[in-house]
Design a protein around this ligand. Sequence first.
Ligand code: HEM
Length: 469
Amino acid sequence: MKLFTSIFYLIILLASLLSYCLLKKEKRKQKPTAKLPPGSMGWPFIGETLQMYSQDPNIFFASKQKRYGDIFKTRILGYPCVMLASPEAARFVLVTQPQLFKPTYPKSKEKLIGPSALFFHQGDYHARMRKLVQSSFSPEASRKVITDIERIAISSLESWSNGQVINTFLEMKKFAFEVGVLSIFGQLEKKYTEELKENYCILEKGYNCFPTKLPGTAYYKALKARRRLNRIIGEIVQERKEKKMSATNLLGQLLNYKGEMGNTLSDEQIVDNIIGVLFAAQDTTASVLTWILKYLHDDPKLLDLVKEEQMAICESENGEKQALTWSKTRQMPLTYRVILESLRKASIISFTFREATVDVEYEGYRIPKGWKVMPLFRNIHHNPEYFTDPENFDPFRFENPPKPNTYMPFGNGTHACPGNELAKVEMLVLLHHMLIKYRWELVGSSNLVQYSPFPIPEHGLRARFVKDI
Ligand code: HEM
């Protein structure tokens, strides 16, 4: 009996030992073998935020890339981040494996724009909204509004040439806002445009401020303006519904939407997406236009060549100025390359943010779930391996297409900019009229950069416009 008991205990002991070893092996198997990318996380919580913001952020990124390579870790604003400075890594996150990374914005900003705006989402809802936005800003749609864009461009330029010094960036913002409103709503009553402008301005001021709801603060005022925008856009929506207007502009597309089950979009989804598009369209286009003026001013020979190209379009009209057409905007190869090069050199969207939704392994490195991931567009656009002599402004480099995935001023993959065609066309139209009829001189110009939050020339590039008789 004693022998049986001993054998029994021995078997139990051996079985426990065996399962312990197996479990340990299994655990070792599950334990991630890949290491975190190189880099430094800085101080607890704040990480390297101060280093990044106390100097030009581009210098911060470039020095890190030089020290650690194309993939490195850091901690910014309390978040652990992995920065990616190679075209392949950016493509992995944005194009080939976007389902592993979700868009990520602070809740305070999401509240101001509206949580249903497409760029906060991924998956099915994002795809449906994106289709609507994309078709509203496609080349075909932009072609239809070209005459209206031209009217806005001509009247903007007239208003700048009264002898006063203008803040170029602020004036370009007004231009881009009007084009944005046009392509979202089509023709809109002046009272609505004014109300939208006034409240959108307040909203914008609060966007980059500390998000406190204390009365009197910029964020508090922005939240109140956001509620007023709901009401204003709600009224426009109601009117369009009553008039049963079928239109190809964004509002028309949003109103006509019918899902597979016949469901329509809620008013909240419509308003959030309209404000989201206005937000995405205005400062981006205005910053790039401001840089174009600076780059052209700094290179008189290039300016003459671009003017020549634009004058040739007028000459082909046999002395009588005719409206710009889509096909005429396709006859501006040098002006177009100036736009492409300005987008590269200024790289106004220096990077974007995503968040890893699971533990991800890339090139032998581990990106833990919850970490922020930042493809660094500017570093790629300024890498001499992809763009020779990258600090030199040279539109002729675009006579040959850039290497695949090295040129991403409009992003890449599932969230790439659906407004890029409209942005390029509105820039071409404004530049055409500016170059054939106006000269501009810069006032107190310097080479300093200001962040608004996009980089723009200091003081928004103060300039005086003169109309050539
Ligand atoms: C020169 C001007 C512009 C630049 C440089 C620009 C750049 C970008 C970039 C880089 C992204 C991708 C961001 C990311 O992946 O996180 C983006 C997205 C977006 N842009 Fe633009 N953009 C410009 C003008 C416009 C215009 C004129 C519109 C609308 C009319 C617009 C609407 C959007 C929207 C709605 C998104 C979000 C797309 C999505 O999440 O699926 N953008 N833009």
